[in-house]
Unconditional design. Structure first.
Length: 407
């Protein structure tokens, strides 16, 4: 479950020097332990989509063989049979679209070894679950009855997009899912908790209400809010799987009903410091003084710029707000010279149970190291240079983590 007061670093497997499991993954775990970090957060380990995004995978269950250290390792018939029996609910959906079952066996084998390596060093692994699946992917083909045919996913127009965002993912037919006891979602979470210690569920807003865009529309403007399933998915999963080690991604346009649902379920939410310090924004939920214990605070997520890139483009009126926050939290770092480390220190000082930073921010890298730009195809390709994270970085991060009572 979520630690009571801890710290961690976000770095996807593809951003490791090797770009996959193997020596650099184990070295990163060693570095986390040296730095006093107890959570390693990764992006979805699913097969990436057409433009490299792990959030548009052709399968909600299958893992990416591209992350293997030994992609050609032998797999015995007994292993294949055991894996197929354990994952009988979904393996046929994967093989039906040409997926290789041996690759899934190899992934479970290597991932299990890496998880054990991390656990032995006091590091938990946090995963990520996209709420929606890819159109015409394995899940859409195998279980067409649980998806709507009249509308697709998106988000409404806002200050950042006059026409909204048309994601195009199939929307769930929640009535059909309920009639089957939410079986697909229970099995998806079963698979997820088999892979991770903690899990962030993306777009938690969609369980409260979701934006449905008519099929055929070229923008999201004509969509409408439709009530989601509420707590039904989580109740069904809890009955079979026990307490759910879930973090709710409650970023963006979050209404009172969504916040109430999260609190009712007892799930920690998220806060991102880069969303704070804006006097013109009525949403003050990310301001350091408004953060709560039952949250995970981030310097920035994979969808944000690095702190240095953010700071470089921040107007002076917002920089002044940041400086005030640094003073209020007694940040010891010279923020003008090292804004990323000052923000790391600010996150660690927060009351939130878990404070997360991106590896790029530990290194003080700029926009060139940004992982993703939402709404723009491509990205996802940033990679850590071998040896970039040093013992000096670890010692500095450990000292700040210990000073904040998070070691």
């Amino acid at each position: 479950m979520l630690p009571t007061r801890a710290a961690g670093v976000q770095l996807h497997l593809t951003s490791l020097p090797d770009g996959r499991m193997g020596p650099s993954a184990r070295k990163f775990v060693d570095w986390l332990a040296e730095a006093g970090q107890t959570v390693w957060q990764v992006l979805p380990v699913s097969v990436p989509g057409e433009f490299g995004s792990p959030y548009s995978s052709p399968s909600a269950f299958a893992a990416s063989p591209a992350l293997l250290e030994h992609p050609d390792a032998p797999v015995g018939e007994d292993e294949l049979a055991a894996f197929a029996a354990k994952h009988a609910y979904w393996v046929d959906s994967w093989t039906a679209v040409g997926g290789d079952l041996a690759g899934q066996v190899r992934f479970d084998r290597e991932w299990g070894e890496l998880r054990r390596y991390a656990a032995d060093r006091g590091v938990q692994v946090m995963g990520d679950v996209p709420i929606y699946v890819a159109a015409d992917g394995a899940d859409h083909r195998a279980w067409p009855e649980i998806f709507r045919t009249d509308a697709v996913a998106g988000v409404p127009p806002d200050a950042f997009s006059e026409t909204g965002q048309l994601w195009g993912n199939p929307l769930y037919d929640w009535d059909a899912l309920a009639a089957d006891g939410m079986r697909w979602w229970v099995e998806r979470l079963r698979r997820t908790f088999d892979l991770f210690d903690l899990v962030r569920i993306d777009h938690f807003r969609g369980f409260s209400a979701y934006w449905a865009v008519p099929v055929g529309d070229t923008t999201a403007e004509n969509g409408r809010w439709v009530p989601g399933p509420g707590r039904a998915v989580f109740d069904a999963a809890t009955r079979e799987l026990g307490p759910l080690p879930v973090v709710a991604e409650d970023l963006g346009d979050i209404d009172a009903a969504t916040d109430a649902l999260r609190r009712e379920l007892g799930l920690p939410g998220m806060a991102v410091l880069q969303f704070a310090f804006n006097p013109d924004d009525p949403d003050k939920s990310h301001e350091p003084e408004n953060l709560e214990a039952d949250q995970v605070v981030y310097t920035g997520t994979h969808d944000n710029d690095t702190v240095v890139g953010w700071w470089d483009t921040l107007p002076e009126v917002r920089r002044a707000q940041v400086r005030r926050a640094w003073r209020a939290a007694a940040v010891t770092t010279d923020g003008e010279a090292e804004p990323s480390w000052a923000m790391v220190e600010l996150a660690l000082a927060a009351p939130c149970r878990l404070a997360m930073t991106q590896a790029q921010d530990v290194l003080g890298l700029g926009t060139e190291a940004r992982m993703n730009l939402p709404g723009v195809a491509g990205g996802w390709s940033w990679r850590l240079e071998p040896g970039a994270l040093t013992s000096a970085h670890a010692a500095r991060l450990r000292a700040l983590t210990e000073a904040a009572g998070r070691a």
